[in-house]
Write a new protein. Structure first.
Length: 583
């Protein structure tokens, strides 16, 4: 090749190289953003329990902690009262005291949780374990995989259910009106709290024989055991004491009992991360905190261990009267950083205009969640810009509630009785923490929702300005489901009559007592006044061709009137009454 040809080729290659280097070159780059990324939490669950109107089934539901969603629900029988899970969370058991209502049954219902998925495909098919009528089961406890124990308020007994066969295989005697239990982790003792005779019965879990009957103050109401199985802690409601028992001897530890505010104390929980006890007393608007590593437990933060719950700021509104703040439940984060107290007040007249528009002269309930730093026992204030109840957290979020709403109308069935019984609600509010410490949940019976609070900076927020302990959403308690022939159909009305404010519809139907129906399509003079009304089916007058409902106000009697219309069944709202942390 000649020198000239070589030189020409070299020049051409150099020109190509220069052109390439001068052109646009696109390279992958990383652009930093100021958004706070979501926390890739693993799958964890919280289980909830809801009651329904009389004669209607309640529900159990499961919340996926990482997804802020409900992933399953199932009917749990009439009048569910309490729930517990096996240590592995492979099964959940629910007690239903249905025989409180004539014609319904007492039972324990078990279901398999929806696991390792955030897809709402439902819970496993519930299995019903029948109990003798009149048992009135009110509490479930277990620390083992093979056996679950049920306290029966009505028969003063405890039933043992073998989980492999879903059958009652053990029965034991308790004291009068057992309402709570605690089993030691080593499965050597099952302690039963008897409200009616102020005792604690120590049963052997292997056969439910009686080890001992222990006097325990006035109205024992809740209990927990220490993880090493060596101590039992009992809270008594009647005299407001914390009792500490040595499980080896069932004797009170020296220095026990300790005062936890006096009469009214009603709940205790054990914080494994800090070896602490938290006791609520609505009568004193306080939570009592104890170090459980000493005998008896040592009060923390003050001579009595009392930590006061703040009054919601709207209670300072002129002319508004509020009841004392009533703390009812405590949830401690497993990471030991904070604990959360669910509480409420009743305000009259209601200062929240969102509720006032519904009932101008009525009362309302203000629910709140107060965040405490566990190390200092001081309130971690919620900024005013984030809560209408600062320093506590407001629990009602739009769009389910008004943008500025912080209160809800009272629901009479949600108000707890002075002494618990199967006919009353145990927890007007209940709190539970996710196993990964990323969320805390508070059920609000009167609102029909579970408030979901994010405890970490885990949501997308421009500028990275999001902060922990914000209300993420309100999860509505599920409606009771039905299947097959148990689902009521639209009833075609052929005629009706009204006597003493009770309307009798002539219509083929399969409604049950407590079922709500909406009336439509009637054309007679008296019938048009019924259109649009939502009525509740009574237990009286039910047949295959008729049902009765009570009317509000004073309504003129109407004789049998031929008219055609429809009664459309309406799902009955559920009222969440208890939350249970899963793994």
């Amino acid at each position: 090749m000649s020198f000239r040809r070589v030189g020409g080729l070299a020049a051409m290659l150099l020109a190509i190289l220069i052109c390439v280097s001068c052109g646009d070159v696109y390279r992958p780059v990383v652009i930093p953003i100021s958004n706070t990324p979501p926390d890739p939490s693993g799958f964890h669950a919280v289980f909830g329990l809801s009651r329904n109107a009389a004669f209607n089934p309640g529900t159990a539901f499961q919340i996926d902690v990482s997804g802020d969603t409900m992933v399953g629900q199932a009917n749990m029988g009439v009048n569910p009262t309490h729930a517990a899970a096996l240590p592995s969370n492979s099964r959940v058991f629910v007690a239903s005291a249905g025989s409180l209502f004539s014609g319904d049954s007492d039972a324990v219902i078990s279901f398999v949780p929806q696991s390792l998925s955030s897809i709402a495909v439902g819970l496993g098919n519930p299995i019903t374990i029948s109990l003798p009528s009149g048992s009135l089961p009110v509490f479930i406890a277990t620390t083992q995989a093979s056996m679950v124990f049920v306290a029966n308020y009505g028969t003063n007994s405890v039933s043992g259910i073998t989980t492999s066969t879903n059958s009652v295989t053990l029965n034991g005697a308790a004291g009068v009106h057992p309402i709570a239990m605690a089993e030691t982790p080593d499965a050597q003792h099952l302690y039963v709290l008897n409200q009616g005779d102020n005792t604690v019965t120590d049963l052997a879990p292997v056969d439910l024989s009686t080890h001992a009957t222990i006097p325990a103050g006035v109205t024992p109401t809740w209990a927990v055991t220490r993880p090493d199985s060596r101590r039992l802690y009992v809270v008594t409601q009647g005299d407001g004491r914390l009792y500490t028992f040595d499980t080896a001897t069932n004797a009170q530890v020296t220095g026990s009992p300790q005062l936890v505010g006096g009469a009214g104390a009603n709940f205790i929980t054990y914080d494994s991360s800090r070896s602490r006890l938290y006791v609520t007393n609505p009568a004193t608007s306080s939570v009592y905190v104890f170090d459980a590593t000493s005998d008896p437990p040592t009060p923390l933060g003050s001579a009595t261990g009392a930590v006061s719950i703040p009054v919601p700021s709207p209670c300072a509104t002129a002319g508004v009267t509020c009841s004392p703040v009533a703390p009812t439940s405590v949830a401690a984060l497993p990471d030991g950083s904070r604990f959360y107290v669910a509480s409420s007040v009743v305000a009259s007249p209601c200062p929240d205009v969102n509720v006032g528009n519904i009932s101008p002269a009525g009362t309302c309930l203000i629910p709140q969640l107060t965040v405490f730093n566990a190390s200092s026992l001081t309130i971690k204030p919620v900024p005013v810009t984030l809560s209408l109840l600062a320093p506590s957290l407001s629990l009602l979020a739009a769009p389910r509630f008004g943008a500025s709403q912080y209160a809800v109308p009272q629901v009479s069935s949600c108000a707890p009785a002075a002494l618990y019984s199967p006919s009353s609600t145990r927890f007007r509010m209940s709190a539970a923490a996710g196993a990964d410490s990323s969320h805390v949940y508070a059920s609000i019976c009167d609102a029909g929702v579970v408030a979901d609070v994010s405890t970490k900076s885990s949501s997308i927020a421009t500028g990275g300005t999001n902060t922990p302990d914000q209300l993420a959403t309100d999860i509505r308690a599920p409606f009771a489901g039905c299947g097959g022939s148990s689902c009521p159909n639209v009833a075609d009305i052929n005629a009706f009559s009204i006597t003493s404010n009770v309307v009798t519809f002539t219509a083929p139907n399969n409604f049950s007592p407590g079922q709500q129906v909406q009336i439509a399509g009637l054309s007679s003079t008296a019938g048009t006044a019924l259109n649009g009304q939502t009525l509740t089916v009574l237990a009286t007058g039910l047949s295959g061709s008729a049902f009765e409902c009570v009317l509000s106000g004073t309504v003129q009697d109407v004789g049998q009137t031929s008219d055609t219309g429809t009664a459309v069944p309406v799902p009955t709202p559920q009222r969440p009454i208890y939350l249970l942390s899963g793994t």
